[in-house]
Design a protein around this ligand. Structure first.
Ligand code: SAH
Ligand code: SF4
Length: 360
């Protein structure tokens, strides 16, 4: 243990400091103010990961900075690359805990490139959903806004070197974003800052298991970001078995909150539905789902995700024909539904597999 503690880095991270704090730092160190602006721009517009990249600052100044500061809140521990070109990084945090982040490369309908970063919002997750590797691994702590934003910035830096960029962010990694609203909204502010990476809110999606009080205030703190709700079952008896939080926030309350949101914002909501064979993929349950979501009309989109297995996971994935039949039933019932086959299965980077594979 002492050896491990010795590795912990107690220096504050530059990426955590706002422009005013950087200017204050410059002043107290006898530097002109524009040095602070140069540093801010290198951090937030060029996504630098090391002070060696900030060549516009004199070497002596960089050496002084290194004494007092880390550059980012995250340190890369492991970087895995999948055969489908998705990537997963295990990041170490200042207190020695770890989180995982995934880059998924795809294409939009029009053929343009789509690079989605799937971020974690907590170390582990307190919700304990029974089909989710993160949920079964317990809860560590909430991430800070900078720890969340720096996950995106890491891949923004890498993609910039490839001549590409991050196009989308989804809060679908480890953790329940609505149990960490302060940091999640701070990270959204950071990611949409015109002086920084400047992503559009509409290219950001926040996925929640349905923490109703925070969901009711979603448009207040998340603005135009997209909402995804992890439903997984159309009745309380089944949903409570899969999603223990359903006992606190039953389906009727959850659906009422989402309905108020769609009525108020006229924005579409995605309902995530993990397909667990023999558990929630029968035709009868499908009909229950149609009845539950039909009142949303075109405002609901169901994302069916065949369950991704992990060690100690006690479910069976709904394979092609079952998933197709379930999707067909929803569509025949008037719902929009797509099956989302996960990427990155070979590196355990797919939905719900995070925390599964540890290397190094
Ligand atoms: N806590 C939030 C966001 C992280 S989970 C939420 O639950 O919405 C992101 C998505 O992955 C959720 O829809 C979740 O249900 C899904 N998921 C979790 N475990 C999975 C697994 N083993 N296979 C497929 N999807 C899974
Ligand atoms: Fe947490 Fe989401 Fe996993 Fe449930 S599915 S345990 S809410 S990360």
């Amino acid at each position: 243990m002492p050896a491990r503690l010795a590795l912990l880095d107690s220096r504050p991270a530059l990426s955590d400091l706002d422009g005013t704090t950087l200017e204050h730092w410059a002043e107290t160190n006898g530097q002109p103010r524009y040095r602070a602006r140069q540093l801010y721009s290198a951090l937030h517009r060029r996504y630098v990961q090391s002070l060696d990249e900030v060549t516009e600052l004199p070497v002596a100044l960089r050496s002084a900075l290194v004494q007092d500061y880390r550059v980012r809140t995250l340190e890369t521990r492991v970087h895995l690359r999948s055969s489908d070109r998705s990537e997963k990084v295990l990041f170490g945090l200042a207190d020695g805990q770890t989180v995982e982040t995934v880059l998924i490369r795809g294409r939009n309908a029009g053929g343009t490139r789509r690079n989605t970063v799937c971020v974690s919002s907590q170390v582990g997750c307190p919700a304990g959903c029974t089909f989710c590797a993160t949920g079964l691994s317990g809860f560590g702590r909430n991430l800070t806004g900078s720890e969340i934003a720096d996950q995106v910035i890491y891949f923004a830096h890498q993609l910039a070197l490839e001549g590409d960029r991050v196009t989308n962010v989804v809060y679908m990694g480890m953790g329940e974003p609505l149990l960490n609203v302060g940091a999640v909204s701070a990270s959204v502010e950071r990611l949409t800052d015109a002086k920084g990476i400047n992503l559009g809110r509409r290219s950001i999606t926040i996925s929640t298991v349905g923490i109703v009080p925070q969901l009711r205030r979603f448009s207040e703190w998340a603005g135009q970001t997209n909402l995804a709700v992890s439903l997984h079952a159309p009745n309380d008896e089944l949903r409570s078995r899969l999603v223990p939080y359903n006992r606190h926030f039953p389906i009727a309350d959850l659906i009422a909150a989402v309905r108020d949101y769609t009525d108020e914002t006229r924005r579409r909501v995605s309902f995530e539905y993990v397909l667990l064979h023999g558990v929630n993929d029968s035709m009868e349950i499908g009909r229950g789902l149609v009845a539950l979501l039909k009142p949303f009309g075109g405002y609901a989109h169901v994302n069916l995700i065949p369950w991704n297995p992990f060690r100690d996971g006690h479910f069976v994935r709904s394979e092609g024909p079952d998933a197709d039949a379930f999707a067909g039933l929803l569509r025949a019932g008037g719902l929009r539904a797509t099956i989302r086959y996960s990427r990155g299965l070979d590196i355990s980077a797919a939905c719900g597999q995070l925390r599964e594979r540890r290397s190094g």
